[in-house]
Design a protein around this ligand. Sequence first.
Ligand SMILES: [Zn+2]
Length: 525
Amino acid sequence: MSSEFLSFIDECSQQLQPLERAFGLASWESATQGSEKENQREKETQAELLRFWADQERFEIAKRLNQARHPDPLVSRQIKLLYLGFAREQQSEAEIEALTELEADVRATYYNFRAEIDGEKVSDNDLDRILKNSQSSEEVRTAWEASKQVAGPVADEIRELARLRNQSAQAQGFRDHFARSLTFEEIDEGFLMDLFERLDRLTLEPFQRYKANLDRSRASRFGLDASDLMPWHYGDRFFQEAPPMDSDGLEKVFEARDPIDLALATYDGLNMDVRDILDRSDLYARPGKNQHAFCIDIDRQGDIRTLNNLEPNMRWIKTLHHELGHGVYSKLHDPHLPWLLRQPSHTLSTEGIAILMESLVSDPRWMTGVLGLPDAEAKRLADAAQQRAVARQLVFTRWVLVMTNFERLMYADPERDLDDLWWGLVEKYQLLKRPSGRQAPDWAAKYHIALVPVYYHNYELGHLFRAQVMAHLEADFGGLVGRPEAGDWLTDNIFAPGARHDWAKHLEAATGEALNPAHFAAQFG
Ligand SMILES: [Zn+2]
């Protein structure tokens, strides 16, 4: 019987490796080149991979072997991962065709679309700059509206994607795609929704206090009454980040600093070499290139790359630290693990590490040790940085509540008035004002809703994961920045085990306790 387990694992791994690699390479080419040819290639390789996972016969075998439970934990975990992969992607050939075709269309629009202001094309980085730096209500409003232009051309297609994803989920007996996604990524929906309600209660009051303060600062910046503030006055397209407080001077110290130099210093200080990752990466903006950032492990054998659109400012310095966090997690798996286990334990775990690395940039010890600020200046900025870090968690948590609840309700009923649903949630969780008379599918301007569906909760869980791991590092090593022994602990306890354990057990094995939101809550006082 044992040999059936091993030969099934072997057969699946052999077939998956080239399929996954081909899809990885094609996604990379399409994101960096943005041409129709590359986009088609991505679509085809994605369909090949989906066809592998849609195979019903293999699904039945995986299900049977998973229920039989092999005594060797490495074998049974590999079988479990195969079972989850097959279960998640059970769908017909027609559904695969329709889904990949539609996703390719939507992807092409996002990659190639450039907003226009007064007939001039502007990039996302341009819009971000205006939203962040302008003090003119007129200018930020125009930029914010321009940032929503991409929504119109894709909204109907996204709704159709939701219907298609639901169709295969419902054929499997699930309520909808949202429920199916969580089940097969080993997250209990009841647990998640309870946790998010708790986070809502936990953050509401501190967020109200923070926002009242912020509103005063934004109102004076724009020469308005606080009651006249609109969603475009908050420094980014979705109010997903805490805007700089005008007085804290934090952005200034990052100006003209090279993100690469800083990231190298950070990771060298943790005994993690990222030079090979950077060498394979695509780091600067170009027309036709994906304007977001991501990290990809092409082959689980060291070909790891990151796409960025770097500029010498705080946002991109943080983003590069984030993406390289994914990078080292993938790079530093135990190379002796079987191929199927050479991946992070879960999306939330790799997001947790990426967020942890990104958060170092707001750590006063990083400001002296890596950024090289004199002690006095670092001290002066440390407070601001800490406040900003707490504000970021609050703002981000409220934003995730919008995203996750929107997706849950969209999949529950894709036919409903999604424009109205979106603004209702934005008002409720982010305490922003709906622009009166605005009729537009503003939700569709958010890339994840279309192409990284039912994913956003992983960022929030990643924040909880980060807080717990960081508490452990503080207790045992006195922090992380410039402490190679703390870096080694991460490598040995978080990265090396790969996907040996499910996310909950992995976190518990590393830190000695199950996921405990108290570490995250502690920062709100
Ligand atoms: Zn990430």
